[in-house]
Design a protein around this ligand. Sequence first.
Ligand SMILES: Nc1nc2c(ncn2[C@@H]2O[C@H](COP(=O)(O)OP(=O)(O)OP(=O)(O)O)[C@@H](O)[C@H]2O)c(=O)[nH]1
Ligand SMILES: [Mg+2]
Length: 344
Amino acid sequence: MTYTLSDLGWSSHFMMQLSIKQLEALTPARIISVHKNGFSALCETGPIRLMAKPDDTQNITVGDWVLVDEIGLIHQRLDRLTTLSRRAAGDDVREQMIAANVDVLFIVTSCNSDFNLARLERYLVLASAAGCQPVCVLTKPDLCDSPEKYAQQAQTLGADLPVLTVDARDPAQAALLADWWRKGQTAALLGSSGVGKSTLTATLTGQDITTQGIRDDDAKGRHTTTARHLYQAQHGGWLLDTPGMRALRLTDVSEGIGEVFSDLADLAEQCRFRDCSHVAEPGCAIQAEIIAGRIDSTRLKRWQKLLHEDVRNSETLAQSRSRNKATTLYHKRVMDDAKGRKKR
Ligand SMILES: Nc1nc2c(ncn2[C@@H]2O[C@H](COP(=O)(O)OP(=O)(O)OP(=O)(O)O)[C@@H](O)[C@H]2O)c(=O)[nH]1
Ligand SMILES: [Mg+2]
């Protein structure tokens, strides 16, 4: 199968980065999956396997555009339009790439115990920080009594947020997603394991993609998909299926938080004290709205939690080490004091 570059998502943003020399000597290709020993990509002539140079530090991910030579060696990664990333798990402070050059983020959850407003909000912050259009997708409406209740709750996260309720297995319903991105554009499916990301991918692409039932006791999935892969949907758009996420740790997303919680950030400007903690200070504009019943107090808590977490997660490795050292020293001092008291 052959493609035009614009079929693959190429635009002037990428074209402008090429010199005439590069245009003559190298070929643009789009990464569709990342392997241990290389990459699968698509170029105008079809699928190709690529290798990065041994000393490559470009952090190439799915969705990236790269320039390659005739033996499939990557020479350059082109600047991205958007970057979806998160902070690695555990004590690791590194940024972990999810995907690049994504136009639309489908935030997928099910009408069951997976549904969680705080988690959806995290994905909204991620989309906003990356500059992607978020669309909330609620699957498995056929398995619950009142799917509209889930949709109403999701809609409280933003009047402008598109909320789609679809049986992921039904092509007519899944087609609602196709209205949100066009031929040549790229959409990504993110969400917990078992919510139906691969089912949606299979329905929208017509390809046979492995899916698996969820656990009966807690509705959790079995982490069936283990790698990110970009597929072409039937209408010509690109669709990224991803492994289910256990936790989404955000990093460097203060602007995204500001946008998703712009109502609270605006109110905070009107508080009497600049350093108002919005708990019990006189003249707190946010508490006034909560008392008036116009804002839910849990939303304030979620905002403050994300702000706090962003500061924590955005710290550098050196800052993290120095904080850990300070905590260890503090604990040592407390233990020494306690020992001293016992002796006395
Ligand atoms: N009844 C019903 N079942 C669905 C729906 N969407 C997905 N399923 C089922 O839910 C199970 C999990 O679906 P998957 O598509 O594998 O979920 P996933 O999000 O890709 O999961 P991971 O790959 O583990 O991240 C499968 O048995 C699907 O058939 C839906 O809308 N309705
Ligand atoms: Mg899957």
